[in-house]
Design a protein around this ligand. Structure first.
Ligand code: B12
Ligand code: SF4
Ligand code: SF4
Length: 377
């Protein structure tokens, strides 16, 4: 058995639904794709550890020769609806950038240990352009929604890439699309038209981007644009709409799966109000286990929760929102004011008028005035 075959057998034995191997040179052409979309991918291009750099693995690992691509099917258990209406399944599955001491992290670690035991130098942290690499490695094809699809599994997969210092037997690419020719269901389902043509997405319009990339650490304006807020619905982290609409995922979405007892437990304690008033205890027990990645500051959870509560249209929530209309963070106050105005009604108007007198920040004052103007009574 060749070394490549040994690697593949080991990966499949660990439960990955796809595995393939490519030379590191195979992903270099991704740089040009990103450059050609400079206007909407500026944030990704400037990331010092981003996929633009990961497309040239030698920058991080001079001895790099091959990339092993692994696909993990994260839709193997049931996701409680009360969570999926708020959080994307990729996060709920705890497989996206898995924590080292989690089961998904341990699986990657086992893969790494296996390769090291065979004498390889290994790097699992290079941010290789994942969808591009997995199609080059024959593991996935593309959907018009940009997603990578594994045949017979669908797009609810997370891709892992491992860079090693040894040559392997390389796979044939599958850089094609197996969508029905006239299908546009994903584009129709996207509430912001973020997928503006097949294989092209404007990240700034994607709800996933707006919920978690808008942080100071990413150098991206943190206020969610007004036109996007209403489209967020009750989502506070991620969005699955363009995958849910896809006929290539239908079988998966209709299947019955065993309950994920951990998610069941969290779902019993997870409400938007709790997130709005997030405490250390709530964060540790219910937020960190499923949203440990990316969002570090509570103010972003509060911002997202306020928008989501506004979108419920539930006037019973106004008093909860009013409780943090004097929050120390201007960012939170701006979105809370919007949410109150969006719910509308007499009570909303009164709360906003009361705050207008006290409010010191110009940006928040403007938001309150605009909320009052939009506030239906
Ligand atoms: C930046 C990023 C984001 C950004 C931008 C997303 C984007 N599509 O660019 C934001 C924050 C919006 C985001 C959101 C999400 N992300 Co994200 N994200 C990434 C990241 C880091 C880079 C993506 C990238 O290269 N973008 C650049 C653009 C140009 O690439 P692309 O949109 O994927 O488009 C590809 C196709 O269009 C194809 N292509 C281009 N032209 C043509 C022409 C033809 C004919 C064909 C066939 C193909 C083709 O090539 C492009 C490059 O692969 C990757 C991880 C990584 N290191 O690669 C994860 C990754 C793409 N994200 C992932 C996930 C799960 C998500 C979310 C579902 C999370 C959520 N629930 O909200 C959403 C989905 C949004 C979406 N519709 O794509 C997974 C996707 C797995 C999969 N099955 O495809 C990845 C691969 C992470 C992983 N390790 O598994 N993400
Ligand atoms: S993840 Fe949601 S917002 Fe982003 S492209 Fe898909 S449907 Fe649109
Ligand atoms: S919804 Fe249709 S066009 Fe979009 S990815 Fe799925 S099959 Fe392709």
């Amino acid at each position: 058995m060749s070394f490549t075959e040994e690697i593949k057998n080991y990966a499949l034995d660990l439960g990955y639904c796809g595995v393939g191997c490519i030379s590191i040179d195979a992903v270099a052409d991704y740089v040009e794709i990103l450059k050609s979309r400079n206007e909407t991918y500026d944030f990704l291009i400037r990331q010092p550890q981003g996929p633009m750099k990961g497309a040239i693995p030698k920058v991080f690992m001079p001895e790099a020769k091959s990339i092993i691509v692994l696909a993990w099917d994260y839709f193997q258990k049931d996701f409680p609806k009360t969570l999926t209406e708020k959080i994307g399944r990729a996060y709920l599955s705890r497989s996206y950038h898995p924590l080292e001491n989690s089961i998904n992290g341990a699986r990657v670690k086992l893969m790494e240990k296996f390769l090291v035991s065979k004498g390889c130098k290994v790097n699992t942290n290079i941010n290789v352009p994942a969808r591009w690499a997995s199609a080059k490695a024959g593991v996935t094809t593309f959907g018009k929604n940009n997603f990578a699809y594994v045949n017979g599994v669908g797009s609810f997969i997370i891709i892992y890439t491992i860079v090693i210092d040894q040559k392997l037997d390389y796979d044939q690419p599958t850089m094609n699309c197996q969508c029905p020719q006239n299908c546009r269901a994903c584009m129709a389902a996207c509430p912001t038209a973020a997928i503006y043509e097949p294989f092209k997405l404007n990240p700034y319009k994607c709800l996933g981007f707006n919920a978690w990339m808008r942080q100071e650490k990413n150098n991206i304006p943190t206020v969610i644009p007004e036109g996007i807020r209403e489209k967020m619905g009750t989502r506070v982290h991620g969005c699955d709409l363009c995958q849910e609409a896809c006929p290539r995922n239908r079988k998966k979405l209709k299947s019955q799966f065993p309950k994920d007892q951990f998610l069941e437990k969290i779902s019993r304690n997870f409400t938007l109000i709790d997130l709005l008033h997030i405490t250390d205890d709530f964060y540790r027990k219910n937020v960190y286990p499923i949203m440990y990645n990316y969002i570090e500051d509570y103010k972003y959870f509060k911002r997202n929760a306020a928008v989501a509560i506004g979108n419920t249209g539930d006037s019973g929530m106004i008093s909860e929102l009013a409780k943090i209309l004097d929050n120390e963070d201007e960012l939170v106050r701006i979105h809370v004011a919007w949410a109150i105005g969006h719910i509308g009604g007499k009570k909303a108007k009164q709360v906003l008028l009361n705050r207008l007198d006290e409010e010191q920040s110009i940006a928040t004052k403007q938001e309150i005035i605009s909320a009052l103007n939009n506030c239906s009574v």
